[in-house]
Write a protein that binds this ligand. Structure first.
Ligand code: SF4
Length: 296
């Protein structure tokens, strides 16, 4: 089977920096033990397991404020690449924990923007994914009632702010640029005066554009990424909706099913920005080993 290796794919700079920071912290004998990460450092189970070998425990759960209660006094805590709300930082400081912040600079930029707009009296309409740590962290920069999460076009009617208010529309970094455009359009019809800040990061945009462009040259696209990786799930979506080709997401080569490839001659392979290269390499190798079966 022919494989088109789509570029760019896989780890972005924010993920590489976060993992490097976590490993450095683990190797520093002066850092207090035990060491915890508040949530998955990036949404990939393989990376979480690798960090376990470094002696880092990942705490996973819905609220990072509550997760902090599982960290014993005197321990170290690492904040993930997705960013963290001020209330979590304050609680960790009050508890006297040693803290390291692996927030991606692109996410920090969104936090700074929200802080500035809140100071200027704006209400924030945040376009993002429900139950994902990035919206939780970014919207945590706004006081209660001054930020509202919109996950799809239908939510626009639920936004509680009046058309007279100063509104800033801000997006999560890992969304589909095409879906986001239609939600922004819907919001602007209701709030024509709103400021729009499209914060989808360059790494996400380039991976999506490459996947859509490559869809023209292949019969289907396999996306390698964790089920919780927002940008991996968005890659599947944009290939199907914008590239008009079938797409599946796999977490590793074990998930591949030979029957997917019947009638397929060329497969594009890409990976979310939290997927380790070795996992993608294994998937490529496995697909290359499948024989081409074109029905007579
Ligand atoms: S996907 Fe974008 S925002 Fe997320 S870690 Fe990578 S560069 Fe940063």
């Amino acid at each position: 089977m022919d494989v088109l290796k789509i570029h760019p794919r896989g780890y972005c700079y924010g993920v590489v920096d976060a993992i490097t920071m976590a490993k450095r912290v683990a190797q520093d004998p002066h850092v207090p033990r035990p060491i915890y990460i508040l949530g998955q450092i990036v949404h990939n189970q393989h990376t979480v397991l690798e960090l376990e070998h470094y002696g880092i425990t990942t705490l996973d759960g819905a609220s990072r404020l509550d997760l902090l209660d599982q960290v014993p006094d005197g321990a170290t805590v690492i904040f993930t690449a997705h960013g963290i709300s001020p209330s979590v930082k304050a609680k960790a400081r009050e508890r006297g924990l040693t803290c390291f912040d692996a927030t991606c600079p692109d996410v920090t930029k969104t936090h700074t923007l929200i802080q500035e707009r809140i100071r200027e009296g704006y209400a924030i309409v945040y376009i993002g994914t429900r139950d994902h740590p990035e919206p939780e962290g970014a919207m945590g920069e706004a006081p209660a009632g001054r930020a509202f999460l919109v996950t799809r076009l239908d939510d626009v009617a639920q936004v509680p702010f009046t058309p007279e208010e100063k509104i800033a529309i801000v997006t999560q970094t890992t969304l589909s640029q095409w879906d986001t455009a239609s939600i922004i359009q819907g919001l602007l019809e209701r709030y024509p005066q709103a400021e729009v800040h499209n914060e989808i990061c360059m790494a996400t945009q380039l991976r999506q554009e490459a996947a859509v462009k490559s869809a023209d040259e292949v019969d289907m696209v396999v996306v390698v990424g964790d089920r919780r990786s927002n940008n991996s799930n968005r890659l599947v979506e944009v290939v199907e909706k914008i590239g008009h080709k079938p797409s599946v997401r796999v977490e590793s080569a074990h998930d591949l099913k030979p029957e997917w490839f019947e009638g397929v001659a060329t497969v594009g392979v890409t990976a979310g920005s939290s997927t380790p290269s070795r996992i993608t390499r294994d998937v490529i190798k496995a697909i290359e080993s499948f024989p081409v079966k074109i029905p007579e």
